[in-house]
Design a protein around this ligand. Structure first.
Ligand code: ADP
Ligand code: MG
Length: 314
């Protein structure tokens, strides 16, 4: 549905994007995760045609936004980081104005009523935008993006500045929208991305540092699992008992944790926790700890950001 190919963008000397490529399938909710200054907004601004890239291209449903800007833009609803709201207008006045601006060919009243309902704005349509809370203003921004019923939604940090209750509401709303739209959602907050996205791209320093679904990113995917085990007994005996378990592909020694107790990382192609328990109880070995040992996404993310810091400090 969306194909981003080799985007590079400089602001003066500053390289904001360095050969960024990825694609988003129809119906997917893609999370774009990265610290401030990573290049998220720049990428989104290029995808939506608001700024141009120095090189590379973006295809939406096979069409380049440059070849066919009008039609391609119609297929995208964009909630920028700072939504361009007209603060002195009423919610209704503003959304009707955007409806006209986008030259939408749907029955206006019904279409807007549907959007008020989806975004929970029904009770504030006659309020002046600047009198609304930040949470409601953000909903108006989202409503604006939904006008014309575009198949693709690009949401740049939609939860920034919201309080915890509003963040939960926004997440639920995005999840709901994800059932009918292809969504790219950016955030610098890991939990936000984890909560709503099917797939995650981690961007740092203008480059894609990692991508995949949660399992792939945390190293528990591709059929391999890691289990951290501490057991008491004879080291070699424990190792051979573990190696004999069906599904175990490798046993790594980590060392003695206390006298007579050894730590191992066991790689396997399936869930072996019960088999480990039985294997240990058949011998005279005791399990002191057994714990899944993929990376957590948080560790991965922090690792990527700190690499970035190290690079910068050099
Ligand atoms: P993010 O949205 O991930 O926080 P941005 O895409 O806004 O990151 O910024 C990426 C980099 O480009 C940052 O280093 C930022 O300072 C720089 N940048 C963004 N917009 C401009 C601009 N209009 N002029 C100069 N530098 C910019
Ligand atoms: Mg940004």
């Amino acid at each position: 549905m969306i194909e981003v190919k080799n985007l590079t963008k400089r602001y003066g000397k500053q390289l904001a994007l360095d050969n960024v490529s990825f694609s988003v399938k129809t119906g997917e909710i893609l999370g774009f995760l990265g610290p401030n200054g990573a290049g998220k907004s720049t990428t989104m601004n290029i995808i939506t045609g608001y700024i141009s890239s120095d090189s590379g291209e973006v295809l939406i449903a096979g069409k380049s936004i440059l070849d066919d800007p009008k039609d391609t833009k119609k297929s995208i609803g964009y909630l920028p980081e700072l939504p361009p709201l007209y603060n002195d207008m009423t919610v209704k006045g503003y959304l009707e104005f955007i409806f006209d601006l986008k030259r939408v060919r749907l029955p206006m009243k019904e279409h807007l009523a549907q959007i008020y309902k989806t975004t929970g704005l029904e009770n504030v349509t006659h309020r002046i935008i600047k009198h609304l809370s930040k949470g409601y203003r953000q909903r108006v921004g989202l409503a604006q993006a939904l006008i014309g019923d575009p198949p693709v939604l690009i949401l740049d940090e939609p939860s920034s500045g919201l309080d915890p209750a509003q963040i939960i509401e926004m997440r639920n709303l995005i999840r709901e929208l994800g059932q009918k739209h292809t969504v790219i959602l950016s955030s610098h907050v890991l939990t936000e991305i984890q909560a709503v996205c099917d797939r995650i791209i981690i961007i740092n320093n203008g480059r894609i540092a990692a991508s995949g679904n949660m399992d792939e990113l945390t190293g528990t995917g591709k059929g391999t699992k890691m289990l951290r085990i501490i057991a008491e007994g004879r080291e070699q005996g424990i190792i051979s008992a573990l190696r004999n378990i069906d599904g175990v592909s490798e046993v790594y020694k980590k060392g003695e944790t206390e006298k007579g107790c050894y730590e191992f990382l066991v790689e396997s192609t399936k869930d072996i926790r019960r088999a480990v328990f039985r294997a240990m109880s058949r011998t005279d070995f005791s399990i002191l700890l057994m714990q899944p040992a993929g990376h957590s996404l948080e560790e991965l993310f922090l690792g990527i950001i700190s690499e970035h810091k190290a690079e910068k400090e050099d």
